[in-house]
Design a protein around this ligand. Structure first.
Ligand code: G3H
Ligand code: ZN
Length: 285
């Protein structure tokens, strides 16, 4: 996985990390990467991994990897405690994110470091840490104001990376989780990203959370500035629920799941394909 981040950085593209919690979402992501021949990260948050089962999604991904021969990685997204991250490591996740951003700096460093040590012992190649206050949730919501003090401080980011030894870093650079109900999502603070990139870009892979709704031009510029992984969840959730409602409305008497779900899979796949094209992670000749 770290090799893939390195390659992405050198060639200025990013790997999409798409959230999934059921087979239809997983199918949609796999069909997209199969079509576009792209590496991909499948993320499960705490709630998502609890729903699908950590061991179960591991087994499904192994089976898709065998079938497609593509680099498909399983990643724990926003693990909020040492125990949850440990469970993912034990279930065979390739990569884990410990989100200690709500803790004070020292406590965040302490738990993140403990996780890095455990991950090394178990041969996990990517531990993602988080610093800065990222607002919102992966849903449609009222607009929130981003304050300068929420953003990740570049010097603190360097200290965090050096003290913890994380392989990648999630930051707050004006990004939010989710999409706004009646306004465009905010622009990224690209200058801040540039400063962080100068400080830690050669020590850790830079991760952009809150990929949904972010202005496309900003995503392209963020990749130019060193982002190697972009997380997307809400836009996939919206495509899923809208297509499901339509499928049920159009066919009110239909009771066969495999006849109800194909348009849902197709709708999610379309979003994943658009994102992969935007992130430019298609395998190049
Ligand atoms: O960790 C997951 C992502 O940051 C998803 O953000 O729901 O805004 O796409 P999003
Ligand atoms: Zn996130």
């Amino acid at each position: 996985m770290l090799e893939i981040f390195q390659k992405a950085k050198e060639n200025k593209y990013a790997i999409g990390a798409f959230n999934a919690s059921n087979l239809e979402q997983l199918k949609a992501i796999i069909q997209a990467v199969k079509k576009l021949q792209s590496p991909v990260i499948i993320s499960t948050s705490q709630g998502e991994s609890k729903f699908i089962g950590k061991k179960q999604i591991r087994a499904l991904i192994d089976s898709y990897k065998e079938e497609t021969n593509l680099p498909i990685f399983l990643h724990l997204d926003h693990g909020k405690s040492f125990e949850v991250v440990q469970e993912a490591i034990e279930a065979g996740y390739d990569s884990v994110h410990f989100d200690g951003s709500e803790l004070d700096f020292e406590e965040n460093v302490e738990i993140t470091k403990k996780i890095v040590d455990l991950a090394k012992e178990k041969g996990i190649k990517n531990v993602e840490g988080e610093l800065g206050y990222l607002r919102g949730k992966s849903a449609v919501q009222e607009a929130v104001e981003i304050k300068e003090e929420d953003l990740t401080d570049p010097k603190k980011a360097l200290e965090f990376v050096e003290k913890t030894g994380v392989d990648s870093l999630a930051m707050a650079i004006g990004n939010i989780h989710g999409v706004f109900k009646s306004a465009q999502n905010p622009n990224l603070f690209l200058d801040r990203l540039g400063e962080i990139s100068k400080m830690v870009g050669d020590k850790a892979g830079l991760v952009l959370h809150g990929g949904s709704g972010t202005p496309e031009e900003d995503i392209k510029k963020a990749i130019e500035l060193g982002i190697v992984k972009v997380n997307v969840n809400t836009e996939l959730r919206l495509a899923y629920t809208e297509a499901l409602k339509k499928s049920l409305q159009d066919n009110p008497d239909q009771t066969t799941p495999y006849k109800i779900m194909p348009i849902v899979v197709e709708a999610v796949q379309k979003v994943v394909e658009e994102k992969i094209k935007l992130f430019m992670s298609k395998v190049r000749p």
